[in-house]
Each structure stands twice: as C-alpha cells, then as structure tokens.
Design a protein around this ligand. Structure first.
Ligand code: 4UW
Length: 569
C-alpha cells in the first residue's frame, strides 16, 4: 500500500550556496543546455528588441550599482515591482538579488489601496513601476509612508514633470561608475534561508499574505522540472526532446505570479529557450505574436485556453508550428483539453499544478506524454513527496480522496511575519495545499475540489476574507459571506451573500427598486476599491443569516452549495 507518493528515479541535487541570479547568470553546469550563437535570452514583443546574455549581465550589474549608490538598497531590503511584464523585469529581479535584497512582485492591476497593503506588509523600501501606473503608485506610497522619491520607472513614458528616475538612467549611471557594492555570497546551506521573494498568496484562509521564498526554492524547482523534462540529458534524441535550445516560448503570464516567474521565465531561460515578453494580454495580439515569432511553447491559464478553443478569430491564424501547450493555475476540464488538442494538432498538451507556497510546480505533464492523462493536473515531479490526507486524518490509498500535503525542496519557509498562518499551513517541512485530490499509482495528480477559501478568478487568487472585510464597512451590510460560482470564461466569479442592515431592511419595504439600488451600491463599493477580477461579477444576494457552526465559524460550503443550486434553477 502506497501512502507516500513520490516519482520513481533519482532526487535532484540542488546547490545551496547560490543566489538565484548566480545560478542563472554565473554558474554553467556542464549538462545545462547551451544557447546557440546569436539566439537572444529575451525578445520584447512590442518592439522586437532582442537582449543577449552579455547585455543582460551588464544591465543587471548597472542596475544593482545604481540601486545601491542612489537608493542605498542592500541586505534584506524589499523592492516592490509594480508593473506588467517588461523586458527589464528579470533585470530588476536579478539586480536586487545581487545586493542581497528581496523582490515582492505586485499585481499591476492593483488599486492604490491594494498596493499600499502589499508594500506596508512587506515593508518595501523602493518601488519600481510602469509609467502608466505612476499616479497609483504615488498614492499607494504616500498611504504606506514611503516617499514618492523612492519610485523608479521601468520607462520614461508620458510622466514628464515627475522627478522619478528610470531603470535605464540607473543602469547608465551604474555602468559609468565603479562598483559601489560587494556582491552577496552565500555560505553552504545559506540559500535555504536567505529570502529572494515575498510573493502574495492567501493560503488556506484569511487575507493575502507574503510567502517567504528563499533562493534555494526556485533553484530547486527549476532543477526538478529540468529532470522531469530530461532537459539536461544530453543523450536524449532530438525528436524526443520537448524543449530545444533556440526554441521560443510565450511569456504573457505575469512575472509577479509564481507560475510566470519560475516556470515561464526561469525554467525556459535555463533550458536555453527564448521567452517573448508580452506586457499585457490581448487575445488577438497574442495570436499575432505566436505567428510572428513562431512561438512553439505556450504557457497559459484556463481562460486563455477557452478563447483558443471557442473564439472565432482563432481560425484566422495558423498555429500548426506550436509544439507544446501547458495550462493550469485553475482547473482545466477534460472537454476543454480535448478541444485544445484539435486546435493545436501538432502540440503536446497537458496541465501543470503548482502553488506559491511550494514555489512552484508539484506536478506537470512529463516529456513522455504527448497528451496529458485527461483530467490530470500532471505527474509529480522529482524531489516531491506527497501525501493525501483523508477527512479522518488517515492517509489515502491510490485513487482515494483527501487533502494534498506536499514536501518539496522548493517549499517556501512560511508566511512573512505571520506565525499563526505559518503554523496552519507549513508543518515540519510539509505544505498543506488546501486542495482535495486523488493520486494514482503512476503519480498522476487529479484535483477534485478546493477545500480552502480562495477563489480562482481567471487564474488569479481572490480571498473571500478580503472582500468580506471590505463589504462589512458598507453601511447597509450587517453580515456577509463571499463564495465563488462557476463561470465558463473566468473559472469562477465572486458572489456576495449579504445580511442587510436593519436600515436597509426598512428601506427595502418601499419595493424592489430600493433593493436593487442597495445591491448596486454594494457592488460599486467593491468596484471602486478593488481590482477588476475581485468585482462581484457573480452578483449580490440577500439572505436572512449567514450559516455558522456553534463556535461562530462561517459555513462557507453551505452557501457555495446554495449558490450552485441557484445557478442551476
Ligand atoms: N488544477 C486545478 C490545476 C491547478 C490548480 C493550480 O496562485 P497560486 O498560489 O499558484 C498557482 C500556480 C500555478 C501553476 C504553477 C506552475 C505551473 O507549471 C502551472 O502549470 C500550469 C501552474 O496558481 O494558487 C495555487 C492554487 O491554484 C490551484 C490550486 O487550488 C492551488 O492550490 N491550481 N494549478 N492544474 N487547480
């Protein structure tokens, strides 16, 4: 009887004395694929600009030097990146790491309030932002008590009048001056504790938290995935190789999120594949870029797969050169996978499963499978050990249902400055995923349901607790519970069950128009303060009371089932 699941084969060897930038830019393990001459590291979609390894190394040094001499960024300072994908995004990450400092990537669609919450929580010392978001960043910085002088822009943009420095200016200054800093070197073992990222996730319950990710974690995950895909096996014949040096990959997933950051950016660069950096997702433009740059590897989230399969414009584009398409971050149905196989006739198609707390991938379609096992979120990758814990606390046999609990060298350390939440989810090196799964004898993972509170809207996390706290501040709301209801495009969308305040109940006696007005005002209260994917697209429903257990804990499942039944009727 197997109660611990682990893939067969050797476990990865992971260096524990390197920072991520040293692993990516300075160390060249003999089996690591070599980029063919003239093949760039990155391509900028909008301009076609190509950046090679020497230029990247120089930009990383220049920016590190500039950040240190002009802003005194150093050991364990936090730099917050608030920008859509940008060709200098990885440069900003690696320059910060050269200084021993930490990156916290923020969603570029965040409102000023949401950004202020993040920068206060991680105690950011500097913001690097896209010029289009400068005004929001200034408001957020002011709210969080950071001087707007400590905002650097990714580009000049149309921000004339503001004195912010640009990344390019810092690089130019940094390259023109002798090094003002001594690069942080790690002692053996130190990479396991030295923080690289503070990435946002809500975990199993509560508001978004900063996941403390050490340098060792993304390095381990890249090596684990490289083993899974046999990237470093030199003897593998060309035709059995999924990732070939010189291939191009799409990079439209945001780099602030762990999937874009670790898989799409770092794994691809490690495999000598060139990501094409796309700043913002626009469906038809994405198709144009796939054709223009002959992009062969697609990393997507389910709503993008829905568009590929269902949008009529897809047929106008020849996608026959695409060799691989992976989707995940939220469930992908069997039916959708079958449709995708038809749309991409020459591609391997499958899923990956990962989490911010496990930085990143736990399971992924292996190289040997052309089409992933239907419904499977992937096969466990080398180095991962998994348990499936049943409701009664015993361990599930293959095929039995329970919560997935995982140990991986890539696991994060816990939640930054939050001992209570860390204790709930990080237990003796194991991470509780909050996902209800089964695992079969072949280490294939099937995600059946989510036990934790979070919703996934278009692949983005939405924490009910965050919306509930915000909604309670509305004068017409006495109590509230937010649940996700299924949606074909977004996966799910938030719906708020509201117990109206007595004043609102009085007003509603005037008739249905008043009730509609109150609902609209409640929805607007969210729309005015939160980024679009958190809006109450599932609606507002009045209810007499929120079901709770005797100790006052909200019975979210009861309302989830009620919402499901309402949707069907
Ligand atoms: N099926 C069902 C899935 C799946 C899923 C994730 O925002 P986070 O913390 O992180 C992510 C990461 C996704 C990811 C990383 C690397 C990768 O290769 C890949 O393959 C496509 C995906 O989303 O949210 C973590 C939560 O997202 C859900 C699940 O609930 C998990 O705990 N999730 N992948 N294939 N659900």
């Amino acid at each position: 009887m197997t109660e611990r699941y682990a893939p067969a084969g050797p476990v990865p060897h992971v260096p524990d004395d390197l920072t991520l930038v040293q692993f990516m830019l300075d160390s060249q393990h003999p089996t690591r694929p070599v980029r063919p001459d003239g093949v760039p590291w990155l391509i900028e979609d909008t301009t076609g600009r190509r950046v090679g390894s020497e230029e990247i190394r120089a930009r990383v040094f220049g920016l590190a030097n500039g950040l240190h001499s002009e802003f005194n960024i150093g050991e364990d300072d936090v730099v917050c990146l608030y920008s859509p994908n940008h060709i200098d995004y990885p440069v900003a990450i690696w320059a910060t790491h050269r200084l021993g400092a930490i990156i916290s990537g923020a969603n570029p669609s965040y409102t000023a309030e949401e950004l202020a919450y993040q920068i206060s929580l991680v105690k950011a010392k500097l913001l690097i932002v896209h010029p289009d978001s400068l005004q929001t960043a200034i408001t957020a910085a002011n709210a969080a008590g950071i001087s707007s002088d400590r905002i650097v822009l990714f580009d000049d943009g149309s921000t004339s009048g503001h004195r912010s420095r640009t990344v390019q200016r810092l690089i130019d200054d940094g390259l023109a001056n002798p090094p003002s800093f001594v690069e942080r070197r790690l002692k053996p073992g130190e990479a396991k504790a030295k923080l690289a990222f503070l990435s946002f996730s809500s975990g199993t319950t509560g508001r978004p938290k900063a996941v403390a990710i050490p340098h060792y974690a993304p390095i381990a995950n890249v090596i684990q995935m490289a083993m899974h895909h046999k990237i470093t096996v030199k003897s593998l014949p060309e035709d059995r190789r999924r990732f070939r040096p010189g291939d191009t990959a799409i990079l439209v997933l945001p780099m602030y999120h762990i999937y874009g950051l670790v898989v799409n950016l770092h794994l691809m660069l490690y495999a000598a594949v060139t990501p094409v950096v796309i700043p913002r997702f626009n469906y038809e433009n994405m198709l144009k870029s796939i054709v223009k740059y002959r992009i062969v590897h697609l990393f997507l989230v389910p709503p993008q797969v829905v568009l590929l399969c269902k949008h009529p414009v897809t047929k106008k584009y020849d996608l026959s050169h695409v060799k691989f398409c992976m989707a995940g971050a939220a469930p992908v149905s069997k039916e959708l996978t079958e449709d995708l196989v038809k749309i991409l006739p020459n591609a391997d198609v499958g899923q990956g499963y990962g989490m911010t707390e496990t930085c990143t991938v736990i399971a992924m379609i292996p190289t040997e499978q052309k089409i992933g096992v239907l419904g499977s979120a992937g096969q466990l990758i080398p180095g991962v050990v998994a348990r499936v814990v049943k409701e009664n606390g015993s361990l599930a046999k293959p095929g039995e249902l329970g919560e997935l609990v995982v140990k991986s060298p890539s696991n994060a350390l816990g939640y930054f400055n939050n001992i209570e939440a860390t204790k709930d989810s990080f237990i003796d090196g194991w991470v509780r995923t909050g996902d209800e799964v089964t695992i079969d004898e072949n280490a294939e993972l099937f995600v059946v349901d989510r036990l934790k509170e979070i919703m996934k809207v278009r692949g983005f996390q939405v924490a009910p607790a965050e919306l509930e706290g915000h909604l309670l501040a509305h004068p017409d709301v006495a109590d509230v519970c937010v649940v996700g209801i299924s949606d074909e495009y977004s996966g799910e969308v938030p719906l708020a069950f509201i117990v109206p305040h007595e004043n609102a109940v009085e007003r509603m006696k005037d008739g249905p128009t008043e009730a509609d007005k109150i609902k609209a005002s409640i929805a607007k209260h969210v729309a005015d303060h939160k980024t679009s994917y958190k809006h109450l697209a599932g609606g507002v429903e009045f209810i007499d009371s929120i079901p709770k257990n005797p100790s006052g804990k909200l019975l979210r499942r009861v309302l989830r089932d009620k919402a499901k039944a309402m949707k069907k009727s």
